[in-house]
Design a protein around this ligand. Structure first.
Ligand SMILES: Cc1cc2nc3c(=O)[nH]c(=O)nc-3n(C[C@H](O)[C@H](O)[C@H](O)COP(=O)(O)OP(=O)(O)OC[C@H]3O[C@@H](n4cnc5c(N)ncnc54)[C@H](O)[C@@H]3O)c2cc1C
Length: 423
């Protein structure tokens, strides 16, 4: 079979690309579309893969979202995000809210911030944290939080590992925020469909022909020179352009190429175990959207409240727990983490013995956050560019081995298709 554009993966990146094409075929390994932008409906609860909110940066995609939905089908929220620190909540981000800490800790943070040794260039992510924020801010929050999230040694990450998603703040912003609270992180407001992130996938699907998506099928090998892909059903597909959205480390294994295979082994990432939990009643935590937790005695690094975002009547939460790439997350581990989670939610005062867990599910995101590694980043970009010479384009958060939002994925897909049309 021959197609002009062969797309691997029916997540938001693959489906957006297909929306701008006529001649395409999508290969998807699961029996449903959406990838990480999928929603599960369990009893009355609406659950994503750990909360997938839209922090639109572009007018085009924001307008598309708003035009496609009725006003009563989505909510717009000004984000209310906190950090659980010393048994209390302080505003996020930590670095601009140190005045909310106890006096001793505030003085330590301020003193170290004033005396920090800023450099022209930083060697890695941890070096950047110390250089820009000083010892106390780094060691009280930024280091333990990011170690819990990324589940790795932070010296392995590139200084730009989080790109625009890192809430940078200079000393002026920090001091000014003490009197005039100005929430200046990347995503002050967000939009969210009442039926979850999957609604966007459903909108993308309206324009598509079902017969052009092959579900339950994998690409098992690619011949770069012959421009052909072999599928798990033994079919061979010839293509003009190949658009990949499968995680780059897995994608590299589809070629018989030693250099690719070696890089594939070296790339690291974390996994995230997500619990979605539905309780019988509302918590006294009735306004928070999500909370960051750096304390390593607590098993999760971030929790969110769907019920506070959607103004619903029963506590509905997502819980995120970070693991290193090699970690085994089996049934025993999931059970242990669920028990620990419920215990810690009690310790934090979110639930008590009168709360009943009506429904729950666990999801493993593998990979979840790719490690933008100081050593291998250049090699990743080099191979992505080299593949383009043979009309192979690896895009999306995982195909492009990067840290980006759903909207970034949509923008990248659309731009790629414009580029292909101009070829
Ligand atoms: C914990 C967490 C929270 C997040 N929260 C947000 C948020 O609030 N807002 C936001 O904008 N973004 C968020 N993101 C990012 C968002 O999930 C991604 O940017 C986006 O979903 C990536 O879409 P994608 O299509 O590139 O990849 P994916 O969704 O991973 O799609 C890839 C597809 O390829 C398929 N596939 C894999 N291997 C094969 C194969 N061999 N053959 C065929 N098919 C294959 C997969 O099944 C999948 O359907 C979050 C990410 C994480 C980890």
């Amino acid at each position: 079979m021959k197609v002009k554009n062969l797309i691997i993966g029916a997540g938001i990146s693959g489906l957006t690309a297909a929306n701008y094409l006529d001649d395409y075929l999508i290969i998807e390994k699961e029996n449903n579309v959406g990838g990480y932008c999928s929603t599960h409906y369990v009893k009355d609860y609406v659950w994503d893969y750990a909360g997938h909110f839209f922090h639109f940066q572009t007018k085009e995609f924001k307008e598309k979202f708003i035009e496609s939905l009725n006003k009563d089908e989505f909510v717009t929220q000004e984000k209310k995000t906190y950090i659980y620190f010393d048994n209390e909540l302080i505003d996020y981000p930590f670095q601009t809210n140190i005045h909310q800490l106890s006096k001793d800790k505030f003085i330590d943070c301020l003193y170290d911030l004033f005396n920090k040794e800023e450099k022209e260039n930083y060697d890695n992510f941890l070096d950047m944290l110390y250089g820009k924020f000083g010892k106390s801010i780094t060691e009280m929050f930024l280091k333990p939080y990011n170690e819990k999230l990324y589940a790795c040694d932070l010296t392995k990450l590139d200084k730009e590992a989080m790109g625009r998603f890192f809430p940078y703040a200079d000393i002026n912003a920090i001091i000014n925020n003490m009197k005039k609270n100005k929430n200046n992180s990347y995503n002050n407001t967000f939009l969210y469909p009442k039926k979850g992130a999957q609604v966007i996938i459903n909108i993308l699907m309206q324009k598509m022909k079902k017969e052009k998506i092959l579900l339950n099928t994998r690409v098992i090998s690619i011949n770069e020179k012959k421009k052909e892909a072999k599928l798990s059903n033994d079919e061979i597909i010839n293509y003009d352009n190949l658009i990949n959205t499968v995680p780059f480390n897995q994608f590299l294994k589809l070629f018989s190429n030693k250099e690719y295979e070696e890089l594939s082994q070296k790339l690291t990432y974390n996994k995230v175990l997500v619990f979605n939990l539905g309780f019988n009643k509302k918590s006294k935590y009735n306004k928070q959207h999500w909370i960051y937790i750096a304390d390593k005695k607590i098993n999760f690094y971030r929790i969110g409240f769907y019920d506070n975002i959607l103004n619903s009547k029963k506590l509905s939460m997502y819980i995120e727990i970070g693991y290193e790439k090699e970690a085994k997350i089996d049934e025993k581990e999931i059970k242990k983490q669920l028990e620990l989670t419920l215990e810690n939610l009690k310790k934090m005062g979110i639930i008590d013995d009168t709360f009943k867990l009506n429904a729950y599910e666990s999801i493993i995101m593998n990979p979840a956050y790719v490690h933008i590694d100081s050593t291998y980043e250049k090699q990743v970009r080099k191979i992505i560019n080299k593949l383009q010479l043979n009309d192979i384009y690896s895009i999306g958060r995982y195909g492009g081995w990067t840290y980006c939002s759903m909207e970034d994925c949509m923008v990248e897909s659309k731009n790629l298709i414009s580029k292909l049309e101009d070829k």
